[in-house]
Design a protein around this ligand. Structure first.
Ligand code: PLP
Length: 455
């Protein structure tokens, strides 16, 4: 085992192919259904929204998908990302566990999201597309697609959930610095936005509404397409560069993980870290513990239902079988904005259903407490979302201390918190509160799941 703290790969060791878990699943994913017919969608149904190459990646069962050279060339700006051994955190916890983290905060926008934004922008440009539309909640995805758009010469329109648009002016400024247009959602620009505003002019918006707006605009024009920052198979595929690099770095460290941990909003950074390890386990008949960590305020995996549901509030999207709180679920205003989506990636949901991962939920105060300890020991201030993974890693390390066992923990530190300092300010001021739904409030949105869910 190395005594290095920072385990860095040479610059030329960026993976040459993404890893596709669909090649190794013990049972295939449930088909995506057309909301009108209830029949499985074909490539033609998705091509109004996504270029053919991404539709093909959504469905392929090939184990490896080659990363195009222009995409690798952009990845080189920040990849390979470092893997750290959290020695000071281990000391502070007095744990015999060895804790490692993969740090995705070194990207231009400060999170893992450019890993897919760059790939999506590339394939759209190859297909002759001029403009991309998307939604953003906390602003991370909007910034990442704006960055990717400027790299490949595409216009980008971002529908930003109104509450974040107001709370996070610096995220909007960053999108504009990259040349994107950022619109508060719901907006007057779309039918979906106007409908919601007519019912509730004061609404602060939601991710589901912003998706409806972005999809509506893209569906109406041939030279405009839509980009999604999480949930879909091709997004998770692109994120596997995280885990592929981490496997090599763990080997360099002379160690191998017993527990893998990631926070889950739509599931992409979590999947990016764990899927390459899980694929290897499935092929070799081994088993590494895998923990998906979510907020108690948006408990998609721990309390949602595994059922067919829409991806958006306006019901423009196809039906996906996933863990969901219902497309009309409106999460409370917790600060981990990236973890406030009603659904979970179909791949992650399927793995949970097969019993291949454990899901845990934590309250936001204990997550901030963990994030502050991490900042004071490791020096990086994590994004509020990432604090959930930090919390779970610390809980595991504390268990190792109590049991006197020496497990190896690897978690994904998916982003830094430099744009989220208001959240830390609120935490230090004591104005953050924990939030947990009672069964009745969860049932309201679940009762509105589409009919096919019963089948
Ligand atoms: C967007 C985001 C998330 C949540 O999305 P996933 O698809 O679940 O990864 C988590 N952390 C950060 C830093 C994000 O920007």
């Amino acid at each position: 085992m190395t005594d290095d703290t920072k385990i860095q790969l040479p610059d030329d060791r960026i993976p040459r192919a993404w890893y596709n878990i669909q090649a190794d699943l013990p049972q295939p994913l449930a088909p995506v259904l057309h909301p009108g017919t209830g029949q499985p969608v074909g490539p033609g149904d998705m091509e109004p929204l996504f270029p053919g190459a991404l539709v093909a990646q959504e469905m392929t069962t090939e184990r490896e998908v080659e990363i195009p050279k222009p995409v690798r060339d952009v990845y080189r700006l920040w990849r390979p990302t470092p893997l750290y051994r959290a020695r000071r955190l281990e000391t502070a916890l007095q744990t015999p566990a060895r804790i490692y983290y993969k740090y995705e905060g070194v990207s231009p926008t400060g999170s893992h999201k450019p890993n897919t934004a760059v790939a999506q922008a590339f394939y759209n440009r190859e297909a002759g597309i001029r403009r991309l539309t998307t939604e953003t909640g906390a602003g991370q995805w909007g910034c990442s697609l704006a960055f990717a758009g400027t790299v490949f010469g595409l216009d980008v329109d971002v529908y930003m959930v109104k509450v974040s648009y107001r709370q996070k002016p610096y995220r909007r400024a960053m999108m504009e610095a990259y040349g994107a247009r950022c619109v508060a959602s719901p907006s007057e620009e779309t039918q979906a936005g106007r409908t919601v505003l007519a019912q509730d002019p004061e609404t602060t918006g939601s991710l589901g509404i912003a998706i409806s707006e972005a999809v509506e605009v893209a569906a109406a024009r041939d030279d405009v397409k839509y980009a999604l920052g999480s949930v879909l198979n091709h997004v998770l595929l692109h994120q596997t560069v995280i885990g592929l690099e981490a496997m090599e770095q763990m080997a360099l460290a002379g160690d191998s993980p017993d527990v893998l941990i990631g926070c889950t909003g739509g599931g992409s950074n979590f999947a990016g870290l764990v899927l390459p390890f899980l694929g290897q386990d499935l092929r070799r008949g081994q088993r590494t513990r895998i923990l998906a960590v979510e907020p108690t305020a948006c408990p998609t995996l721990t309390r949602g239902r595994f059922a067919y549901d829409f991806g958006d509030t306006g019901h423009y999207t196809p039906l996906m079988k996933m863990h969901t709180l219902g497309s009309t679920f409106v999460p409370s205003g917790i600060h981990a904005g990236g973890l406030r989506y009603h659904g979970m990636a179909p791949i992650v949901s399927h793995l949970a259903d097969l019993g291949l991962l454990e899901a845990h939920a934590f309250h936001q105060l204990e997550c901030f407490e963990a994030g502050v300890l991490f900042a004071r020991t490791e020096g990086i201030v994590p994004a509020p979302e990432a604090n959930h993974a930090v919390r779970a890693a610390i809980a595991e390390a504390e268990r190792c201390r109590e049991e006197g066992t020496q497990r190896v923990i690897l978690f994904n530190l998916c982003g830094h918190g430099h744009f989220d300092m208001q959240a830390y300010t609120d935490y230090f001021a004591g104005s953050l509160h924990d939030f947990e739904h009672d069964d009745a409030s969860l049932r309201t949105a679940l009762d509105e799941l589409p009919e096919v869910a019963a089948g």
